[in-house]
Design a protein around this ligand. Structure first.
Ligand code: UN1
Length: 512
């Protein structure tokens, strides 16, 4: 067991190779392929991944339909056993997979491990769920009749995921879809194929232990936008779950709707926190720091807007600026690092453009500059930016996937809620207050319009037990806990006549 510090300067490519082998990924899938894969830690090329093309997709869907037709007849609790075994593989390989997430996505080690923990958690949830796929029974208006709902598997489910949670988002969808009796087709981000290959290898091991899973039950399709488009357009894929930008989701949502498919969209967020006069400012400071700077601002739930009451502004914001100035930035493998790199140059350029626009709008920008890290000239490390701005101008209403926190001043809760809701996105939100009236108002019908509304914690870091997703341009989908499973099944309403008569509903008579 090497310490994180001791590992910090080992060549990334060497570590990737060791982990891929430890995770049982076949060499051919990541050596000698056409697509170069880079680590954001140093910017160096660490793998050459073999790609699928749109032409492969049709065959993969055919195999997926065959797998589905076998899997849907397996009793749900038995399907749960496969997911339980997947959870066991993840537990056994948590250290390796978590570290691979760090190497490929650049998040710090505790977050890489946390992401794998989130996968284990959803597997546990889904195992329990596999015995609880229940429908209602409903009173019939007709004598001797009964009504009920039955939930059935729906077909192959396409899962399109983003770089920032390269494996957990797959697992939220996959664990539920599998216990619901569906087959899976996964298109990961082009930026994170290695962790996807590793998860696929773990799935194959679980399937081998299970013994009777149909071939092709879970398939991985590494490729570009053409692969995503082919999945989106195939009428044999009834559900497409897509996580990523609003731009991508608009394309996917429209194309799936055109063929009357169902999409589960988890798109952009522009999450705010409101700080009220009664807030515990020490707690708020920590909550804000994690939500805004953690994962280098690259979560869909990252805190992007801080709305601070004028009575606490001058106490809180200078303290926050201090935290921004001193937070440790560097190799995400080092134990002391809190902020790893941005995913790539595009991420960096987008951040700089946003800061330019904010400056042009009169903002005061603290931080935001590129940070040099030894041995990582081709990587993009930045100091998180704290941006004091007077108005919620256009750039503030836009999601920039980088550690930028816009700070706005407010004079009361109604104004704060108006600002909070005054953006096109509706994923997550939070309020820091010790005033029960304010907290309840924030969570009420006239409060936050987001899918997630928290009190005295930041907007990020949700547990899997709740439904995850948001409104407006976030896309409306819900994944993970609560009753999100229903989106992966089709509902049949059954009316059963156990009498010898044939009364018609609504009093209609039709005597032949
Ligand atoms: C994402 O950024 O796409 O709530 C998912 C959170 C995590 C999931 C984020 N559990 O921040």
């Amino acid at each position: 067991n090497r310490s994180a510090e001791g590992d910090a300067h080992r060549p990334v490519a060497q570590e990737v190779a060791e982990l891929m082998r430890a995770l049982g990924v076949p060499d051919a899938s990541w050596r000698g392929g056409a697509r170069q894969s880079r680590s954001p830690i140093t910017g160096e090329t660490v793998a050459h991944v073999a790609e699928a093309s749109a032409a492969h997709v049709a065959d993969a869907v055919t195999r997926s339909v065959d797998a589905f037709e076998a899997w849907r007849t397996v009793p749900a609790p038995r399907r749960g056993e496969l997911v339980r075994l997947l959870g066991e593989e993840l537990r056994a390989h948590k250290a390796e997979l978590g570290r691979l997430v760090t190497l490929e996505a650049g998040k710090v080690l505790s977050e890489g491990l946390g992401e794998v923990q989130e996968m284990i958690d959803i597997c546990d949830f889904a195992v329990g769920l596999s015995r609880q796929l229940y429908g209602l029974t409903i009173a019939s208006e007709r004598p001797g009749h009964r009504m009920m709902e039955t939930w059935h598997p729906v077909g192959p489910v396409a899962i399109i995921t983003a770089f920032n949670f390269p494996v957990a988002v797959w697992s939220w969808n996959a664990a539920l879809a599998l216990v619901c009796g569906n087959s899976l087709l996964w298109k990961p981000s082009e930026k994170t194929p290695l962790t996807a290959l590793a998860v696929q290898a773990l799935f194959e091991r679980a399937a081998a232990v299970f013994g009777t899973a149909p071939k092709g039950l879970s398939q991985l399709l590494i490729g570009g936008a053409d692969v995503g488009a082919a999945l989106t357009d195939d009428p044999r894929v009834p559900v497409v779950s897509a996580t990523g930008s609003t731009r991508m989701g608009r394309i996917v949502g429209e194309r799936v709707a055109r063929r009357f498919g169902r999409s589960i969209l988890e798109l952009g967020g522009n999450n705010a926190a409101i700080v009220c006069p009664s807030a515990d400012l020490d707690l708020a400071l920590r909550g804000i720091a994690f939500a805004a700077m953690g994962t280098a601002g690259q979560r869909c739930t990252s805190l992007r807007r801080l709305i601070v009451h004028e009575s606490v502004y001058d106490t809180l914001v200078p303290r926050l600026a201090k935290a921004y100035a001193s937070v440790s930035i560097g190799d995400p493998r080092a134990a002391a690092t809190l902020i790893g790199p941005l995913i790539d140059k595009d991420g960096f350029d987008n951040m700089q453009k946003a800061l330019e626009a904010a400056r042009a709008a009169g903002a005061r920008v603290h931080g935001g500059e590129r940070v040099d890290v030894a041995g990582a000239a081709d990587a993009y490390y930045v100091r998180p930016a704290l941006v004091e701005i007077d108005e919620q101008v256009e750039i503030v209403r836009h999601e920039t996937f980088a550690p930028i926190l816009y700070v706005l001043r407010c004079s009361g809760l109604p104004e704060a809620i108006k600002l909070q809701n005054g953006v096109p996105q509706g994923l997550s939100s939070s309020i820091f207050t010790n005033d029960m009236r304010e907290a309840e108002t924030f969570m009420s019908a006239e409060g936050s319009d987001c899918g997630i509304a928290n009190v005295n914690i930041g907007p990020s870091g949700a547990e899997i037990g709740g439904a995850f997703g948001g409104e407006k341009e976030t896309g409306g989908g819900r994944e993970a806990g609560s009753d999100a499973w229903k989106a992966y099944m089709r509902r049949a309403t059954n009316t059963i006549n156990y009498s010898r008569q044939l009364p018609l509903a609504q009093g209609v008579s039709f005597d032949i």
